[in-house]
Design a protein around this ligand. Structure first.
Ligand SMILES: [Zn+2]
Length: 566
């Protein structure tokens, strides 16, 4: 028997002795028990072979008991054993042994709602995130023109709420600088687009153009929701090479952020086919939970062929848009927006019949329905349809994406119909400067109610909606528990009664989205037999001060036992 483990066993034994020393008879029995344990463990010393050992760490397993460990052994991409430092080091040997230097290991993070391919594509477009003025938008577009390879200049990320002048921008400056280059610049939420005259000319848009489920301000060059399709439909198609580059660029950034699974909210079959090919070639290693877009080509294939899952790709869900977004006043509300005249309620992107029909189709084919619903009206319509179609079965795991404004009368429908809320905590902290004006002081209290939503089924899946927000799961965690932006504002947090506990926020980035993806038996926690998908951070997310949370750094990311970021 190894000396250290004998010391440890003796110490335990002594403690037990002192506990029971009023009862001499017990000494004897415990001593015999000790001898039996000692003799059985001694013959196992380092005789088990693993591929990788991680030790000298605090391992948050996020299992049911929220257990912690010091070390683990990994073999064939799965977790083989967990225990104390000595339990693992005495019993296992491995080709690769990593001393974690007292750092912290968590299950690999899962982003429960994002646009992985779309994010990769934005990495090859003009990035307009965090622009402080429309002049800065223009400057970035001008600087991008020489490196652009797609003919059109595509950009994304502006948010007029960040500017001194908070009205929608206008195309006049773009028209004079770029008379013959078409330009399309999406707002940060992806629900509004600024285009120049050349773009509108190519799309056949004039002052009289009307679009169902969309709006056009011809003079300004602003397109809302479905009106953007007039542009996106004629953009030069992304080639296979473009999208391969996009996916691999997105993967690299996401691994560096500690993500090991992404829930991709809306893909075409051709995108899924490319992902499959890149995964088969070993180039794309990221695990992807692919929601299919609400599109006839996807139905034609998948409703016949059925769900399709592998270890790295799961295709068993369809993603719908019930309404638009709050920032562009496209979210569909029960009562008018508070900050605009004439009265506007926002809009549903399809009539209820479309969603109801698709819901029945999906139920029959065994697919999960995931619906973007921001406004309280959109949430009510979708919850009622879910209730009608699957409300009587308890394990359909249908999801509402965002669940951003939920009327008090509708909240309990999440529990009643077993609907999983999938929310993005950084939306709360990004929207807090203007959401109270859009919704009014009392209705805003019904928005971003993550704790209330969590209480319905005892779980909530967390994500970012990147590239709408940044990709960092650390920022999600901080926004969820502190309800503050990265400047630490506001004091006390925004509507802090809806903050999640630290344990729950960690579950929301690991085991809960795994459940929302039907994958909790193989990922989402660090347990024997599950995939070794792990992230090592330099900070203790459960115990460090709140102010230190956003500074947490990803030290290493491991996917299926392979170190994929360091
Ligand atoms: Zn989204």
């Amino acid at each position: 028997m190894n000396f250290l483990s004998r010391q440890r066993a003796n110490k335990t034994f002594n403690l037990q002795l002192s506990t029971f020393n009023f009862q001499p008879f017990m000494h004897h029995r415990l001593f015999i028990l000790f001898l039996v344990i000692a003799s059985t463990t001694s013959c196992h010393f380092k005789n088990k072979q693993a591929d990788l050992i991680l030790h000298n760490a605090t391992i948050y397993s996020v299992d049911d008991a929220f257990s912690t460990y010091e070390a683990m052994a990994i073999k064939d991409g799965k977790i083989l054993a967990l225990g104390t430092e000595r339990e693992i080091l005495n019993e296992y040997d491995a080709a690769q042994i990593i001393d974690c230097g007292k750092q912290f290991i968590y299950p690999g993070f899962i982003d429960g709602h994002c646009h992985f391919l779309g994010y990769g594509r934005t990495l090859q477009e003009v990035n307009l995130d965090s622009t402080q003025s429309f002049e800065e938008v223009i400057q970035r577009v001008v600087a991008f023109k020489p490196v652009n390879s797609r003919g059109w200049i595509i950009g994304r990320g502006w948010d007029q709420n960040d500017w001194a002048d908070q009205s929608f921008p206008s195309r006049s400056k773009l028209d004079s600088l770029f008379p013959s280059t078409p330009i399309a610049l999406q707002r940060i939420d992806g629900h509004a687009m600024l285009v120049n005259a050349e773009a509108m000319r190519r799309a056949g848009i004039d002052a009289s153009t009307k679009v169902n489920g969309g709006d056009i301000d011809f003079d300004k060059g602003i397109l809302i929701d479905n009106a953007m399709n007039l542009i996106t439909d004629i953009l030069p198609a992304y080639s296979r090479e473009d999208d391969t580059a996009a996916l691999l660029a997105a993967q690299e950034r996401c691994f560096a952020a500690g993500l090991t699974t992404v829930d991709e909210a809306g893909l075409m079959k051709t995108d899924v086919d490319l992902i499959k090919q890149l995964q088969a070639d070993g180039k794309l290693k990221m695990r992807i939970y692919a929601m299919l877009a609400d599109d006839s080509l996807n139905y034609a294939h998948y409703l016949k062929s059925g769900i399709d899952t592998t270890d790295r790709l799961s295709v068993r869900a369809f993603k719908f848009y019930a309404d638009g977004a709050l920032g562009s006043r496209g979210a569909c509300l029960l009562a008018p927006y508070d900050d605009v005249l004439p009265f506007s309620y926002g809009l549903m992107l399809h009539d209820a019949l479309h969603f109801r029909r698709k819901a029945y189709d999906l139920r029959v084919a065994g697919f999960q329905m995931c619906t973007h619903a921001i406004g309280d009206s959109a949430n009510r319509v979708m919850l009622d349809i879910y209730g009608e179609v699957v409300g009587d079965s308890i394990d359909h795991r249908w999801r509402i994406e965002h669940a951003q404004v939920v009327h008090k009368d509708d909240l309990s429908k999440f529990a009643q119909y077993h609907v999983i809320p999938s929310v993005q905590p950084t939306h709360a902290t990004s929207d807090m400067p203007w959401a109270p004006q859009r919704l009014g002081r009392s209705r805003v209290m019904r928005a971003y109610t993550y704790r209330e939503l969590k209480e319905q089924l005892g779980m909530v899946a967390l994500g970012t909606d990147f590239p709408v927000e940044g990709i960092s799961p650390i920022n999600t965690y901080y926004a969820a528990v502190a309800r503050k932006n990265l400047q630490g504002q506001p004091d006390g947090g925004f509507q802090a009664e809806n903050a999640l506990t630290r344990e729950d926020a960690l579950r929301g980035m690991t085991i809960w989205p795994a459940i929302a993806n039907f994958e909790e038996h193989k990922k989402g926690s660090i347990e024997v037999g599950k995939f070794a998908d792990l992230v090592v951070l330099d900070q203790d997310l459960l115990k460090c001060t709140e102010a230190r949370l956003p500074q947490s750094k990803v030290v290493m990311t491991i996917l299926q036992g392979e170190v994929i970021f360091k």
